[in-house]
Design a protein around this ligand. Structure first.
Ligand code: TF8
Length: 335
């Protein structure tokens, strides 16, 4: 018996010495989940990330993706990462503010004006600053992907000014900043997990929801919503999160490959998101949604109305976090 063990150990040792660099990759199947469907640009990102990992690991690192909330919603999946029972999730930052209040910075209404600003802030120092807070809560952020600018849909009336929200039952993410943003405009805001939204709209338990064009399209909200108002009231990024307890068991090579491939995935994902965005808008219009832009004047009034939310939530988010994002934006805007 003792002999057999010694022989086996000897063989393993010989093997590990003789192993080429690719042997730094153990065969693994990484489970990644998302609440949207596979035809959402998140699907393009995961495919690109997977191809990159296959190449770097010589096929050892595999991904199995679960779509449509098959492994639970954003928050539930993120909790599974923290406890080490799931490897990865692509999630909105917004439902995670209970885990890390600083993430609320991305929920501040009208924070980013366009995609270029979002990319510069997220991929720059500020994005790193936020990512560095995540290991403490059991999460590793591999990259920021795009969910997109959020727009309001409802089954009641076109929203052309904030007063049109009066009494409207709006589903918001499980997030106090969103809740206050809509309450402050007179809506009756209800926090709800994404997976429940379609049927709540269908049964008219709620009148309205807000999400980017691609989600309104790929989650088929156009089937149960009449009006789409281009409010662009928030850009809440996706985080590509990895479980810290599992991360700590990976080799340095595996960790590096995941970090690099999440960036490869990001570039494919953002490109797909931006390309699909206009197509989705055309598709939902074609499907019968009535779309309205806000006039420049009404857009400005909505931004103005939302300012109180900054004051109300700066303390919860962390005053330094809010100051830093505003400084980063000021620099990008050149003022
Ligand atoms: C929301 C979010 C979600 C996304 C998706 C599940 O409204 O925008 O659609 O996080 O990935 O809850």
């Amino acid at each position: 018996m003792k002999h057999a063990i010694t022989a086996a150990l000897g063989a393993m040792l010989a093997l590990s010495v003789a192993m080429p660099a690719s042997a730094q990759f153990t065969d693994r199947n990484l489970r990644i989940s998302n609440g949207v469907n596979a035809d959402h640009p998140a699907g393009n990102g995961v495919s690109a990330m997977e191809a990159c990992l296959t190449e770097k690991s010589g096929g050892a690192t595999k991904i199995t993706a679960f779509w449509g909330g098959a492994l639970g919603g954003d928050l539930q999946a993120t909790q599974a990462l923290r406890s080490g029972t799931q490897e990865m999730v692509v999630t909105s930052s917004s439902p995670l503010v209970g885990i890390l209040p600083a993430l609320g910075v991305f929920d501040l209404p009208f924070l980013f004006a366009n995609e270029e600003e979002a990319d510069a802030v997220l991929d720059g120092e500020f994005g790193d600053y936020i990512a560095e807070m995540l290991p403490e809560v059991g999460l590793i952020n591999l990259a920021y992907w795009e969910n997109g600018f959020r727009n309001l849909t409802n089954s009641r009336n076109p929203v052309e000014k904030w007063e049109d929200l009066e009494g409207m039952k709006v589903r918001v993410m499980q997030n106090n900043i969103f809740l206050d943003t809509f309450q402050n405009m007179g809506a009756n805001a209800t926090p709800m997990a994404f997976g429940e939204v379609f049927s709540a709209l269908e049964t008219k338990a709620i009148d309205a929801q807000e999400n980017p064009f691609v989600t309104i399209d790929t989650s088929k909200f156009y089937e149960v919503q009449e009006y789409l108002s281009v409010t662009r009231h928030a850009y809440t990024p996706f985080l590509v999160l990895f479980s810290k307890p599992i991360w700590d068991t990976l080799s340095a090579e595996e960790q590096a490959a995941l970090q690099e491939c999440a960036i490869v995935g990001r570039d494919a994902q953002r490109a797909a998101s931006r390309e699909l965005s206009e197509k989705s808008l055309a598709a939902v219009t074609e499907a019968g949604m009535q779309v309205n832009e806000l006039s420049a004047e009404e857009q400005a009034r909505m931004v103005e109305k939302a300012q109180v939310v900054y004051e109300k939530h700066a303390a919860d988010i962390g005053p330094e976090v809010v100051e830093r994002v505003q400084a980063a934006l000021a620099e990008i805007r050149g003022n």
